[in-house]
Design a protein around this ligand. Structure first.
Ligand code: ADP
Ligand code: MG
Length: 249
């Protein structure tokens, strides 16, 4: 029995060329891909293969040179800046390798940022941010500034910020690149469990094969082309951690 599931995001013959003086760099060649609601994808490829470019295009941070990027039925490549900003605010969350927290703000204030542009009262924003910080295990760090937190704690704050507005898709660009192995698995367990609870699509960029095991689908990218798409029987986050002798706290 087969059912056709409408993709949440669809790329059709997407090409991205950067011009640097006289040189043209083909960052993405001719990429066609579908992403489904509630699935976890891992984009695996070496440095310079086009991973961040692909994320930036889907997130509407850059325009493709050619091709179509369709979110539900909306064409991202045709949107103006205001429409793109609305799209990102409503539907997209980001987790970055370098956390990208605002250093002058507390953990709590950082987490409230995505709600500021929504019509939500300050009292409700704070209550939701407190609940999110609790969910990532940081209730006792609300007033801390990023510099007063460890790398793993800063990434927890950024995960809380990425998920607070319940986006449909969360992009994670090398989310554990700066973290040790134990913290890496803690972060991956956290990200995947929140996404699973909310039926969110995760697109995780990495060059780390161990992280790829968290995905339902691994997309191998090489020199701007999709080399292979592999459906994996995900063993489940905690199973992998325990296999590797890592205990969740
Ligand atoms: P990855 O994230 O896989 O390391 P990127 O998507 O960042 O790779 O880059 C893909 C290719 O495009 C690389 O050769 C990179 O140098 C080039 N590139 C990326 N962004 C730009 C840019 N803004 N201007 C020019 N070249 C770029
Ligand atoms: Mg990159």
């Amino acid at each position: 029995m087969s059912t056709t599931i409408e993709p949440i995001i669809s790329l059709k013959n997407v090409r991205k060329v950067y011009k640097m003086g006289d040189e043209r760099i083909v960052a993405l060649d001719n990429v066609s891909l579908d992403f489904e609601q509630g699935k976890f994808y891992c984009l695996l490829g070496t440095s310079g293969s086009g991973k961040s470019t692909l994320l930036n295009l889907i997130a509407g941070l850059e325009k493709p040179t050619k091709g179509e990027i369709v979110f539900k039925s909306a064409h991202i490549e045709k949107m103006n800046e205001k429409q793109l900003a609305d799209y990102r605010q409503k539907y997209i969350g980001f987790v970055f390798q370098s956390y990208n927290l605002l250093s002058s703000l507390s953990a709590l204030e950082n987490v409230t940022i995505p709600l500021i542009f929504k019509k939500i009262s300050k009292r409700k924003r704070v209550a939701r941010a407190q609940a999110m910080l609790k969910a990532v295990g940081l209730s006792n760090r609300e007033k801390h500034k990023p510099s007063q937190l460890s790398g793993g704690q800063q990434q927890r704050v950024s995960i809380a910020r990425a998920f607070i507005s319940k986006p449909s898709i969360v992009f994670c660009d090398e989310p554990t690149g700066n973290l040790d192995t134990k913290t890496t698995f803690e972060m991956m367990d956290l990200i995947t469990s929140i996404a699973r609870d909310n039926n969110q699509t995760l697109i995780i960029v990495t060059h780390d094969l161990e992280i790829a095991h968290y995905a339902n689908t691994i997309i191998y990218i090489r020199d701007g082309n999709i080399e292979k798409i592999e459906d994996v029987q995900s063993a489940g986050a905690s199973e992998i951690s325990s296999k590797l002798g890592i205990v969740n706290q």
